[in-house]
Design a protein around this ligand. Sequence first.
Ligand SMILES: *Cc1c(COP(=O)(O)O)cnc(C)c1O
Length: 434
Amino acid sequence: MAHDVLAQTVHSLLDHRDPQVASLVRQEARRQAETLELIASENHASGAVMAAMGTCLTNKYAEGYPGARYYGGCGFYDQIEEIARHRARQLFNCAFANVQPHSGATANQALFLALLDPGDTFASLVLADGGHLTHGLKVNMSGKWFKPVHYPLVYDASSPEFERIDYDAMEKICVRAKPKLIMCGYSAYPRVIDFARFRRVADRCGAILHADIAHIAGLVATGVHPSPFPHCHVVTTTTHKTLRGPRGGMILCNDEEMARKIDRAVFPGVLGGPLMNTIAAKAVAFGEALKPEFKEYSGRIVTNARALVGALAERGYRITTGGTDTHLMLVDLRRKSEQLTGADAEKWLEGAGIVCNKNGVPQDPRPPKLTSGVRLGTPALTTRGMGEAEMGVVAGLIDRVVSAGLRGSHELAIESAGVVEQIRHLCHRFPLPA
Ligand SMILES: *Cc1c(COP(=O)(O)O)cnc(C)c1O
C-alpha cells in the first residue's frame, strides 16, 4: 500500500527525467505515509485530487471567468470552473462562489480589496488568541493598510465561558469602534462560533459580517459545524484543511452586487492567470465532499478530537476551554510541567514521528517562538481511518515522548526509538487511502 502511494505521487517520468527532485518527493511521500500528521490545518488529499493537479491544465492561461476570458482556447477550462463553482455553491448552500484564489490568504486579500478602502477599520479576534495573520497582523497587508481593532476571549478562569469568545466585549468594542467589517473564524479556536450573535452586533453597527472558515470548511459543508449562512454576508475559506482538497482558497456570498465586487477584486485586482489544474482538483474534492461518506468522515473527525481530548486530559494535560467542538484542540503544557514549552514538545514529538505545531495558549506569557502549548488536530488521522481507540493509543504515545523529554535527552532518545517503531506499525494498519 505504501508502495501504491509512492507510485501515485511520483510519476515514473519524473524518476527518469529528474531523479534529484523525484528522490526528494519519494522521501516526502514516505514521511507522510509513516508518521502521524496531527497538524490541525493539514490533511491527506485523495489520489484523484492529486491526479487532477498533475495534469496539462497547468499549461494554459485563462485570465477572466467562464464565458469571459482574455485568451482563446478556454472552452474546457470554462466547463471545469463552472463545475467547481456549482459544487461549491451546493456544498455551502449559497448563491455565488469564486474558486480562483490561490490560497486562504489570497482570498482574504481580495476580500479587503473588494469591500474596504485603505485606512478603514475592521474587527477581529486578538491574534495571539487564535486569529490568523491575515486578520490584522502589523506586517501583513491587513494590518499595514487597514486599522484592526481586536476583541478578546473570556480570561476569567472562574467563568464557564473561560477561553471562549467574549461576545459581550466584542459587542462593546464594535459598537465603540464602528468597524466597516467584522471578522469571525479562526486558526486555533476549538469551539462553535455563534454566527447569529455576530450578526446582531454587525447589524447594530452597520458592519459587513465576514466569516473565515478556512479551518472548519469541511465541518460546515457537512453540517457538523453550523453554517455561517445566512448570518454572514461573505465567507472566505481554504480548500485544503478539513475540506481535504488541493491547496487553495475560495470566496462565497449570497448578494449579487457583492459577488460582482469580489470577482473584480480577485481578477484583475489580485490575480493574473488562475491555477486551472488546482481549480479542477477543487472540483474533484468538492465532488468527494458532496458524498455521504464525507459527512460520516467529518463526524468522525470531531468524535476523534473529543476522544483525543479525553485521553490527554486523563494523562494530566490541560486542554483550553476544557475540550473541543471541532477538529482541533489547544494543549496547555504547563499543567504537565511549568518548564515545558511548545517548542520543545514540537521538536521531541517530531523526532518520534508525531508531527504537530507549537501554538500560543490564550494569554500565553511566552513569545511565539516558544509558546506554552501545542495545537493538535484529527483531520489527517481520521482520513487514514483511525477511530477513538487509536486516539487513546496516540495520546499514550504523545505522553511517553513528552514525559521522556522532561527526564532528559538520553531517556528521550530511547523512548523515541520505540515510539517510531510503534507508529510505523500503526501507519501500516491505517494506510493513506488512494
Ligand atoms: C489557514 C488559514 C488561512 C490562510 O490560508 P493559506 O492557504 O495558508 O493562505 C486564512 N485564515 C485562516 C483562519 C486560516 O486558518
